[in-house]
Ligand binder design. Structure first.
Ligand code: IMP
Length: 432
């Protein structure tokens, strides 16, 4: 069985928990896009973990693979490997030798670019991801295998410096000795990581042909996709299902199921349109109840009601065939719970996502309201999980059924809290 898990909103949908749950039965968990801009918190029997580069499934899976589509900060990766090895003693890691390398210079450039953008700034995570992908597509980037060749590392750093001199001139990297020092640190880190490097695209195809259980963990939310998201307020990689193929070398044709993770409300970090956003006291309450603070940046997340217009679009783009609805415990006590099902743009109702920035900014949302289903104690949640979907409070069933009928898809997984056991599987597809 080959599974892909994706977030269908703006990120932080609760993918980590679903991946962690499913990874107990997988042979390998694979990441194929993004870098340390992604952050996931996993609460497990062993404690609470925050990961950026290694997948959330790394705690339990026999094997972890970082695919070619990723941008990897080698210093950070060394740290994460050290932490992980303390918990997962059998950790077997493979890193694509053609994944791109994030250097301290890229981190600097991320900040410098945001400053230049001024009022048009994106609100990036400052992890150097955008500038690293820029260099990949400019064909000046450093790849993991390059770190074995000190001369090549120096040459590429000089090339990147020459290309981006105007931004780097006032930085520490203006000094040739600082660039030299950075190059030797990168080479040293490359030496430490060399034993993990592999042609992961070939290896993955072998695993697939042996019928292994593979779990692909998508980073970020689908609306942050550089093509299909709310451009330019997006990340610099593709975050929808097609990225699996280009970011790992395995054909999407080999994937058996695509699980889309949807939070029962929305959150967004950074700038950009957010039609169902709420502010004020209600937003503060939701942010606190849902612990909506960035894993990577610690920034308070913007929050809002569930938006089905966005979801219809991301479901279509990624051809999702199974939905996991998360954080159902968070909303229960709100006196009125809302779900946006269509937009009004220039006086006309539409269920389709407007694709130009201006229309999305001015879209008004049509909502349906739901009654609260109340506080769900741990004991009640455990009982629901035992007794199945029919035992849920009527108000919650109404909320779930509305979402399902508007999207034309069954909700296969219901998730009630952070821990692994607070998850209800409602169909064969979800537990296969
Ligand atoms: P970058 O990926 O650091 O360049 O940031 C671009 C945009 O994507 C910013 O709005 C970030 O807040 C957002 N972003 C990137 N990764 C994540 C994530 O894992 N969760 C939520 N937002 C993210």
């Amino acid at each position: 069985m080959i599974t892909l898990i994706l977030g269908l909103q703006f990120g932080d949908e609760g993918k980590g928990k679903i991946v962690d749950y499913l990874s107990g039965s997988t042979d390998a968990v694979i990441k194929f896009n993004g870098g340390s801009n992604a952050g996931h918190t996993v609460v497990s029997d062993e404690g609470k973990f925050k990961f950026h580069l290694v997948p959330s499934g790394a705690l339990r899976s026999k094997e972890v693979i970082l695919g070619n589509g990723m941008t990897i900060d080698p210093f950070l990766l060394e740290e994460e490997i050290r932490d992980l090895e303390k918990v997962n003693k059998k950790l077997n890691l493979k890193i694509s030798s053609i994944a791109h390398v994030v250097t301290p210079m890229h981190r600097y450039l991320d900040k410098a670019e945001e400053e230049i953008r001024g009022a048009m700034k994106i609100g990036t995570t400052f992890q150097g991801i955008g500038p690293t992908y820029e260099d990949k597509y400019a064909r000046t980037g450093l790849r993991m295998a390059d770190l074995a060749d000190p001369e090549l590392v120096s040459d590429k750093i000089e090339l990147i410096y020459a290309m981006k001199r105007t931004m780097l001139e006032k930085s520490e990297f203006a000094s040739p000795s600082a660039r030299k020092e950075m190059a030797s640190r990168l080479v040293a880190s490359g030496k430490n990581l060399r034993k993990f490097l592999s042609d992961t695209e070939v290896y993955l195809n072998e695993l697939a042909s042996q019928g292994k259980n593979l779990l692909f963990e998508g980073s970020h939310g689908s609306m942050l996709d550089v093509d299909f998201g709310t451009y330019p307020y997006v990340t610099s990689s593709n975050t929808t299902s097609g990225a699996l193929t280009t970011g790992s070398g395995l054909s999407l044709r080999k994937v058996d199921r695509i699980i889309g993770v949807v939070k029962s409300y929305m959150s967004r970090v950074g700038a950009g349109p957010f039609p169902t956003e709420i502010t004020g006291e209600k937003a503060d309450r939701l942010r606190t109840l849902g612990s909506e603070y960035g894993t990577t940046t610690g920034r308070p997340r913007r929050v809002g009601w569930l938006d089905l217009v966005l979801l219809r679009y991301t479901l279509m783009i990624s051809d999702v065939n199974s939905i996991a609805l998360t954080r159902l415990d968070t909303l229960g006590n709100f006196e009125e719970i809302k779900v946006g099902y269509s937009y009004k743009v220039d006086g006309k109702e539409t269920k389709q996502l407007p694709r130009n920035e201006g229309d999305l900014q001015k879209a008004e949302v049509n909502y349906r309201s739901f009654k609260p289903w109340g506080f769900l104690s741990d004991a009640r949640i455990s009982q629901f999980i035992k007794d199945g979907k029919d035992s849920l409070p009527d108000e919650l069933k109404e909320f779930i059924n509305f979402i399902s009928s508007e999207l034309g898809k069954e909700i296969d997984i219901l998730s009630f809290g952070d821990t692994r056991n607070k998850t209800m599987f409602c169909s064969k597809l979800a537990t296969a």
